[in-house]
Design a protein around this ligand. Structure first.
Ligand SMILES: [Zn+2]
Length: 237
């Protein structure tokens, strides 16, 4: 799928699991998901759903932070065996999830910076860039991303679920690729077969444009209406 479809699948995916995990408690992890956690998780999942394509030079995610993401992408491509190899495996999803969870245990500031970077990627993927003016687009994206991150921080969002949300977003990316003609070696490096190869629809073809992307958009709308307790959130008049 295209970057924006992957990003949308992250938003819809998070919204879909919120009612399932709501209220669950584990040691060091609580799913007490209020409006802040729903918004934060949606954007984190959207950003994470773009991460596997860091192994591709011209992917949205690789271009997001210029030389920084390009260098990171180059390193990942090298370490994980090229495009759509190791970064498209459960091994990668678990690895990234564990690293992010460790980051969350280590420092609250690191969490805020990581969330900021991921939301920037999410917004870029969702298409909030003005292609005609890259500098202005970059600055506006940074301002909006900073504003959202700060608002979530001020709202006291609890990020104990951060690693899981990132791993989940990464896994959603695999399904996005598998339902197009692209195969994904989900059991890499143990078993390198690409699942879903040559089955499914063409990337950015009519099915994606006219069916998948609109359905995902409807999913976002339904989730937004259903998940938030609107009467208590809106100002009284
Ligand atoms: Zn991919």
């Amino acid at each position: 799928m295209m970057g924006h479809s992957h990003a949308l699948s992250g938003v819809v995916g998070w919204m879909a699991v919120v009612p399932l995990v709501q209220g669950m408690e584990f040691p060091g992890l609580s799913f007490d998901l209020g409006p802040g956690e729903i918004v934060a998780g949606s954007l984190v999942c959207a950003g994470a759903a773009l991460l596997p394509d860091l192994d591709h030079k011209s992917a949205t995610v690789t271009k997001t932070y210029g030389k920084v993401t390009e260098t990171l992408g180059g390193m990942l491509g090298f370490l994980f065996g090229g495009h759509r190899m190791g970064t498209h495996s459960f091994f990668f999803a678990i690895l990234v999830g564990v690293l992010v969870q460790l980051l969350a245990l280590w420092s609250e500031l690191a969490v805020q910076i990581f969330v900021f970077l991921l939301i920037g990627i999410a917004l870029q993927g969702l298409g909030f860039g003005l292609d005609k003016n890259r500098v202005a687009s970059g600055i506006i994206n940074a301002m909006v991303t900073g504003g959202i991150t700060l608002a979530l921080f001020t709202a006291g969002v609890n990020y104990s679920w951060l690693g899981l949300a990132v791993a989940f977003g990464v896994v959603l990316h695999f399904f996005g690729d598998m339902i197009t003609k692209m195969g994904v070696p989900i059991f890499w490096p143990f078993y390198k077969k690409r699942f879903g190869q040559d089955k499914g629809f063409v990337t950015d073809g009519p099915v994606e444009q006219k069916l998948v992307t609109p359905l995902l958009t409807i999913g976002v709308i339904v989730g937004t209406v259903y998940l938030f307790d609107w009467p208590s959130l809106l100002p009284e008049y």
